[in-house]
Write a protein that binds this ligand. Structure first.
Ligand code: EPZ
Length: 433
């Protein structure tokens, strides 16, 4: 077993380079299943969720070749209509369901196991199914398998109004509609940066997708897609996480390879909290030399404050002056990490989707804690960097699903962090709820 040991209280100084966006990569890679030619995809983050989606694609018959650390060639010409990814792989990640949209579009049929992913309470896929059905597919869910098939082999464009601006449903419907007959209009579509990135990738292969980044996306189906060369955008959430790391630990760090526009909502909140942020063309300089101030945060779909940054900013607010309110507006149950922050001395009351955080002005103290999901783990790292003493974080496989080279990146700016092999007997026990 492996854990992170972090000795907090060191201010950070230097430069961090941000990797390609994980949530864009896990949509763009399956989108390459639609192409008749070879795709060269650059700036792919080396994280375990990407490794998993590539394993799934190989199982489906795609040829995947690594040409550089973050660049892949993908040839999907040998993918067969009846290929199926093993349950063991699919159940481990949410984004595996993007294979569904890509297969339905290319072959008119798809069969995928119900997907897994982080546990934030109920994670339905009704909006995906509603979209596939509106496009003409017959969808059945039986014995943990989702089966979708179009009677005449080709989907037909239509208008789809999503009940909620679901990121996953928007992506899956975009994938499905790309090779459909006619025009598909997705209304109340999600607007996250990775939706725009996927649209740009699809268009680079010859698709006709307009309006991504707004709440109405129009997809005019085309006959076929070709290979293309494409570079994935920088990771908004990874950048935001390192911004909160500086807020927590103090210091001055240049965060390179970012799109500042994507970070505006995070920049605004951290500025309210007393963090100084200087915006350059493709970098931010983040510094914090005074104690943090309280604020309120409400996690919402883009362009609101990202739910995937809610735990990390809450970790900072634990040692701010005053009482803050953090509201989760996307997921039912995204406060499971709070019990772990309490082990470090945080004072937090949770009521449904609201967390009231009373800042502990003397700061948090290191403790053994357990990551229960990806961003929960990131929040524990952020908290530990600002805490006094040593924090040992277990469950780090969650963190490594989404953060490339986190140990190296933080060590390079002066954090005292290491990854340590431990025996099962020494492992940190999970909180029993
Ligand atoms: C994506 O998940 C991200 N994952 C999540 O990031 C992120 O938290 C989430 O979007 C919101 O921004 C990936 O991109 C791989 P949704 P997704 O469909 O697509 C409800 C991370 O930490 N809903 O926008 O699964 C759902 O229950 C991960 O990197 C339905 O009701 O999110 C939730 O309340 C974790 N029916 C809300 O919509 C549906 O059919 C948002 O879900 C689909 C969703």
């Amino acid at each position: 077993m492996v854990q992170y040991n972090i000795r907090g209280g060191n201010s950070l100084s230097g430069t961090i380079d941000i990797s390609g966006a994980k949530n864009a990569a896990v949509a763009i890679l399956p989108a390459a299943l639609l192409a008749a030619g070879v795709c060269r995809i650059e700036n792919i983050p080396k994280v375990s969720d990407v490794t998993l989606i590539l394993e799934i694609m190989r199982e489906l018959g795609a040829e995947v070749r690594l040409v550089k650390k973050n660049t892949l060639l993908i040839d999907s010409s040998n993918v067969k209509r009846d290929s199926q990814a093993p349950y063991e792989l699919v159940r481990r990640m949410r984004a595996s369901y993007y294979v569904m949209g890509a297969f339905l579009s290319r072959f008119g049929c798809a069969q995928v196991s119900m997907p897994g992913g982080c546990d934030f309470g109920v994670r339905p896929i009704d909006q995906h199914i509603k979209g596939f059905e509106a496009l003409g597919a017959k969808v059945t869910v039986q014995a943990g398998l989702i089966h979708a098939e179009v009677p005449n082999g080709r989907l037909t464009g239509t208008q789809i109004f999503l009940d909620f601006a679901s990121v996953g449903a928007t992506i899956n419907i975009m994938l499905a509609a790309t090779l459909a007959d006619g025009v598909t209009v997705i209304e109340n579509a999600a607007r996250e940066p990775h939706i725009v990135d996927l649209a740009n990738f699809l268009n680079s292969m010859g698709a006709d997708v307009k309006g991504a980044g707004t709440d109405i996306i129009k997809i005019r189906g085309v006959k076929c897609l070709n290979g293309s060369v494409y570079a994935i955008i920088p990771d908004q959430i990874e950048a935001g996480t390192y911004m909160t790391a500086v807020a927590s630990a103090g210091g001055r760090v240049k965060i390179n390879n970012v799109i500042p526009k994507h970070l505006e909502c995070i920049t605004a909140k951290l500025t309210e909290m007393g963090v100084e942020i200087e915006e350059l063309d493709d970098a931010l300089i983040v510094s914090r030399s005074h104690p943090l101030r309280r604020t309120n945060v409400k996690a919402l779909p883009y362009p609101g404050f990202p739910t995937d940054m809610q735990p990390q900013i809450a970790a900072c607010l634990c040692s701010a002056h005053g009482t803050s309110m953090v509201t989760e507006g996307v997921w039912d149950n995204r406060f499971r990490y709070i019990d772990e922050l309490k082990r470090m001395g945080a004072k937090i009351q949770v009521d449904g989707r609201l967390a009231v955080i009373e800042g502990v002005e003397t700061g948090l103290t290191g403790a053994p804690v357990q990551a229960c999901d990806l961003r929960a783990g990131a929040a524990l790292v952020v908290a530990a960097l600002g805490a006094s003493g040593q924090t040992k974080i277990g469950g780090i496989h969650h963190i490594e699903r989404g953060y490339e080279d986190i140990i190296e990146k933080l060590s390079n700016v002066g954090a005292k962090i290491c990854r340590k092999e431990i025996s099962e007997a020494d492992a940190i026990p999970a909180t029993i709820s």
